[in-house]
Design a protein around this ligand. Structure first.
Ligand code: FAD
Length: 322
């Protein structure tokens, strides 16, 4: 019997995050001939986003529209997920390994007494069996897991499993489901954005990250300029965040965000193990540091030994010429 896989989509400002499409691609990898059912939660009309999920590979989509799903809460999404899972009885539920995915999947998995394979970066096959690889011990080792039986939740790390080609000729049913969502213990009254608009760091293909060497909030300005020229986002080490040069929402590492961009430029970052945990899987790493012995050079593909206050403006100038 072919498998049924639910993919829970995630959106921001009524637009689906790329990790939703990557989760669909992961589901298709797990079961090439399985049925992929997209799932969307929100307070407004979800039809356009549902169609996007179909264009990217979902066979049909279930939408749950409710005022209590306007903003993410563990309670609201938890109740909606439980209701859909109980009705659909899927074999696998896939979601992005994002702040939301990390919060809701263990909660629902434990309620349903099912398994969870989190932070998956690749899916391979041993015969017919899907083998999930996930980094452990801050990226120092990799663990391989297989599903033996029962329903299993899988979360996929953004930027690791490429989305399928968008195909507008694909069609599928979009079914609105009524779910009672009640007794929320948390109500979000207002959302105040601390980070600036622009590319979302966890989905960015280029990240320019600054360390304690940046020295001030002002010192981050050239990094923003470089990131903008490259169509990327700005991140930071905890050293820079602790020193008050930038907001903690930019922190990359063991206790910050995990990023896997195509290009990671580490500017004045020493390369502590806790920082590497958040970026060492980046496809190409460029390090700029004035200390040739800095640990960051051990993971860098390209190293520039020099003063960031000279090197970054030079890079900006050269890139502007292209
Ligand atoms: P530093 O270690 O001070 O390094 C600055 C670097 O800049 C040096 O290598 C120096 O040679 C170079 N430099 C100085 N001036 C210049 C210049 N003009 N031009 C070029 N290079 C220059 N850290 C994280 O980043 N993320 C985490 O999530 C995280 N979690 C942690 C969790 C725990 C439990 C603990 C204990 C620590 C954690 N840390 C984390 C902190 C981590 O151990 C380091 O202290 C931190 O990463 C250091 O930040 P940094 O590299 O910016 O600063």
């Amino acid at each position: 019997m072919s498998k049924k896989l639910l993919v829970i989509g995630e959106s921001r400002d009524n637009s689906l995050r790329n990790v939703t499409f990557e989760a669909i691609a992961a589901a298709r990898k797990i079961a090439a001939d399985g049925e992929i059912v997209g799932v969307l939660f929100g307070a407004e009309d979800l039809a356009t986003q549902a169609n996007e999920m179909i264009y990217y590979g979902a066979d049909r989509v279930i939408t749950v529209q409710h005022d209590n799903l306007k903003n993410y809460t563990s309670d609201g999404y938890g109740q909606a997920t439980m209701a859909v899972v109980e009705e659909e009885s899927p074999d696998v539920i896939v979601m992005g390994h994002t702040a939301i995915g990390k919060d809701v999947t263990p909660k629902v998995a434990s309620k349903l007494n099912t398994g969870l394979i989190s932070d998956v970066t690749t899916i391979d096959f041993d015969g017919d069996t899907a083998v999930f690889t996930r980094p452990i011990y801050s990226g120092k080792a990799f663990e391989k897991k297989v599903i033996t039986d029962g329903i299993v939740f899988v979360t996929v790390r953004p930027n690791n499993i490429p989305a399928l080609e968008r195909d507008e000729s694909r069609t599928g049913d979009v079914q609105a489901k009524e779910v009672e969502i009640k007794d929320l213990r948390t109500i979000i009254k207002e959302v105040v954005r601390k980070t600036s608009e622009g590319v979302d760091m966890s989905e960015a293909s280029v990240v320019v990250a600054g360390g304690r060497a940046v020295k001030s909030e002002e010192g981050f300005k050239p990094l923003y300029e470089l990131a903008e020229l490259l169509g990327g986002a700005v991140g930071a080490s905890r050293g820079a965040c602790d020193a008050g040069y930038c907001d903690y929402s930019l922190q990359i590492g063991q206790t910050g965000k995990v990023v896997t961009p195509d290009l990671y430029i580490a500017v004045g970052i020493s390369g502590a193990i806790q920082h590497l945990a958040g970026m060492s899987n980046s496809k190409v790493i460029v390090a700029i540091n004035k200390d040739p012995e800095a640990n960051i050079f051990n993971v860098a593909d390209y190293g520039i030994v020099g003063d960031m206050f000279e090197v970054v403006p030079m890079l900006i100038e050269e890139i502007k010429k292209i």
